[in-house]
Design a protein around this ligand. Structure first.
Ligand SMILES: Cc1ncc(COP(=O)(O)O)c(C=O)c1O
Length: 377
């Protein structure tokens, strides 16, 4: 039996999507074609757009679909900057690479990038950030990660609203890790400018995502002018419709309280077991309902990872492996952990429909793996 515990990385297809894919007649026509088959494809996209707009109460926003959040985030950050003079971009040190890596290209266009630090609990100094934004000459875009993908730390959208009110900055919210993982996951703050989502994180097909936008930006992909010119290219009808199916299922099946119980059971068990030999990162901060980032100081991480996998436990590791050499996790380093500890992170991220019963089933297996290394020592 295998236990997939890496939902922040990606999720299995929702059963509604799987069921639909088994249908014999799937839409194939180009949604821009005006024959009947084309109109049938267009209807599925329109249905999805209407559904998303209603689900997220996003009537004030327009929407564009893309290949996933990396493209959506690149489009907003680069597309916003390229339509401005003397632009500044603020990202936190723990933002996703799809935001941080825009720096190299944008600096060639005289955009100034600012990385703001976070503390051991994954929080930032709001007043300091406001002062820094205010000191910039020129327009500012802030990339604001609502839920961190590695630690699960939640940054309140009210703080982003306050930053906008105080500074006039334009704010893009990276919402990738939100659906199904916090209470009221579909409540967005209408006063911010952009929200980006990736379908495969919540059970839709891979290679599709969407961004709500209120503020204009320069498109990155030019061509046939689809999506009002905001993202050219033949539209991904099946991908787009899978967003609707997966979110309908999320809406009807997600039980935030139950998920939170499952996470807290595992987190408390881990903390109690590890004692001084490990830690749960950012455990004092508001965090989402499915993510636990923990360090274990019992054994080399690659050995523990193999042991987890042999037990059927599929967890994520923070430290990237480059050419066979483990590299300390930049997220743990940003939280102030040592290089050694930054090699020892494991991320356990539950699925949105996980239950306390599942947590009670997998804990003895996790404990048995960790216990093995304690005994060896
Ligand atoms: C917070 C966050 N932002 C952006 C992305 C990029 O999403 P994708 O890989 O679907 O393009 C991810 C993916 O892990 C993420 O977790």
């Amino acid at each position: 039996m295998r236990y997939y515990l890496d939902y922040n990385s990606t999720s299995p297809l929702a059963s509604s999507v799987k069921g639909w894919l088994k249908e014999s007649e799937l839409p194939f026509a180009n949604a821009s074609s005006i024959h009947s088959s084309g109109k049938a494809s267009r209807a599925l996209i329109t249905q999805t757009t209407d559904f998303l707009s209603e689900l997220f109460n996003a009537a004030d926003f327009q929407i564009f679909y893309h290949s996933g959040a990396s493209e959506g985030i690149n489009t907003i950050i680069k597309g916003w900057c390229l339509s401005k003079e003397k632009a500044h971009v603020f990202c936190s040190m723990i933002d996703h690479a799809s935001a941080l890596k825009c720096q190299e290209l944008l600096e060639r266009f005289a955009v100034e990038f600012h990385l703001f630090p976070i503390d051991k609990n994954g929080n930032f100094d709001k007043e300091k950030l406001i002062a820094e934004i205010k000191s910039c000459e020129g327009p500012v875009l802030l990339n604001y990660t609502w839920v961190n993908n590695v630690t699960g730390v939640v940054w309140d959208l009210k703080w982003a609203e306050e930053i906008k009110r105080e500074t006039g900055a334009t704010i893009h919210v990276d919402s990738v890790q939100v659906p199904g993982k916090i209470k009221n996951w579909n409540e967005i703050n209408p006063n911010l400018d952009y929200y980006t989502y990736s379908g495969h994180k919540f059970g839709a097909l891979k290679g599709v995502g969407f961004t709500f936008f209120k503020t204009d930006f320069m498109p990155l992909i030019h061509g046939g002018g689809q999506q009002n010119g905001k993202r050219s290219g033949t539209e991904n009808v099946m991908g787009v419709y899978s967003l609707k199916l997966a979110l309908e299922e999320m809406l009807s099946k997600s039980r935030p309280e139950e998920l939170s119980k499952a996470k807290m059971f595992l987190e408390n068990s881990l903390r109690e077991f590890l004692g001084e030999e490990g830690t749960v990162v950012a455990s004092n901060s508001p965090r989402n309902n499915n993510t636990i980032l923990f360090l274990q100081r019992l054994e080399a991480p690659e050995i523990v990872q193999i042991a987890f996998d042999q037990e059927g436990l599929e967890l994520g590791t923070g430290s990237a492996c480059s050419s066979g050499i483990q590299v300390p996790d930049r997220i743990l380093l940003a939280h102030g952990y040592s290089k050694e500890d930054a090699l020892r992170g494991f991320r356990l991220s539950l699925g949105p429909f996980s239950t306390l019963a599942l947590a009670e089933t997998i804990w003895p297996k996790i404990e048995a793996v960790l216990q093995r290394f304690r005994t060896v020592q």
